[in-house]
Design a protein around this ligand. Structure first.
Ligand code: PAP
Length: 335
């Protein structure tokens, strides 16, 4: 299979794989973007297709910069999601698990999750890359990204740093994404209806879409490199949090001791990072994240499995399930 940022991963030319590299120092970002295929944007006017996936304009400079410069440490862990698959939850869990020796009592004021959104503690690489593209988050071994596997900087596989990917049912992803992007869509642009968003999503024209290709990239990588890539599912985290959280802790290199387990250590993390607890923290109710650009509360809507039945028609559900079955058939992911 294609390794991260392998030129064989799609049909683009060698030049478009590395548009910011040394051979092309004079090419400005805007010029590069103008050469990429355009699709309808959900939150902003356009999406741009780069290496087979669609990106909002503001994401691309960071992606290009990371591909050219990013150097993770072997001890780093990349938290990866397709947007609206439970990123906030995964960040909170990973932060709580890796920091639990320092913060015994989760509800003390020094815990980072009491001081800011999980997005402040574990920023997205592609947003912070322009400031320091070699390693945007040097103080923490945790980093987050929505970048598809085949477009990850090569250094990710070279350094063998670990990857945790959280997957979610595409129907719930679509509904969550539509709610979020509708709320934050520029007021100067006409709204995107759920019907239109549904069509775009099915065609793969959604931020970091096609959803199915994004999921498959990480799924296949987890089969090929199980020691380096762990895939979890939102639905399983909800249903059997104890099993999933223990697995995550082991993968992150901070397994629970039997003493900790006996003392309810796993349950404490699960509870602290639950939708109910996190969404009711003052900092998430009233604070802002992404440099003040987004209310932290926007990342907490319902936090349920299956809310899509309340928004999609039976025909829509059938069509998405059909695509999922066809795309994931050989892999038994969400079939
Ligand atoms: P992002 O990819 O843009 O960072 P992300 O956190 O994945 O966002 O998406 C938010 C979704 O995760 C919301 O789903 P919903 O719209 O279906 O409700 C949000 O409610 C859900 N979410 C946030 N925190 C949690 C949590 N602790 N447990 C479960 N779901 C959560």
């Amino acid at each position: 299979m294609a390794s991260p940022n392998n030129p064989k991963a799609n049909n683009s030319t060698e030049e478009s794989q590395h548009p910011t590299n040394k051979n092309n120092p004079s090419r400005g970002f805007e010029e590069i973007v103008s050469t990429l295929p355009r699709g309808k944007g959900w939150r902003t006017e356009h999406l741009h297709q780069y290496q087979g996936f669609w990106y909002a304009t503001r994401f691309l400079p960071g992606v290009l910069s990371l591909q050219a410069h990013f150097r993770p440490r072997p001890t780093d862990v990349l938290l990866v999601t397709y947007p609206k698959s439970g990123t906030t939850w995964l960040k909170a869990l990973a932060l709580s698990l890796t920091g639990r020796s320092k913060h015994h009592d989760y509800y003390t004021s020094s815990h980072p999750l009491l001081a800011g959104s999980p997005h402040d503690s574990v920023p997205f690489l592609e947003f912070s890359a322009l400031g320091n593209p070699t390693n945007p988050n040097p103080d923490l071994p945790l980093m987050a990204t929505h970048i598809p596997y085949s477009s990850l900087p090569r250094s990710v596989s070279e350094t063998k740093c670990r990857i945790v990917c959280l997957l979610r049912d595409p129907k719930d992803v679509l509904v969550s994404l539509w709610h979020f992007t509708s709320k934050h869509r520029s007021k100067e642009l006409p709204p995107v209806s759920l019907e239109e968003a549904f069509e775009l999503f099915c065609q793969g024209v959604s931020p970091q879409g096609p959803f199915w290709d994004h999921a498959l990239g990480y799924w296949k990588a987890s089969l090929e490199y199980p020691e380096r890539v762990l895939v979890l599912k939102y639905e399983e985290l909800k249903k059997e949090p104890f099993v999933s959280v223990k697995r995550l802790a082991e993968f992150l290199g901070c397994p629970f001791t039997s003493q900790e387990e006996k003392e309810g250590g796993v349950d404490k993390v699960i509870e602290f990072c639950s939708f109910e607890k996190l969404s009711n923290l003052e900092v998430n109710k009233t604070g802002k994240t992404f440099g003040g650009a987004v209310e932290s509360s926007a990342f907490f809507r319902k936090g349920e499995v299956g809310d899509s039945v309340n928004h999609l028609t039976p025909e829509m559900i059938e069509r998405i399930d059909q695509i999922t079955k066809q795309k994931f058939e050989a892999f038994n992911i969400y079939a």
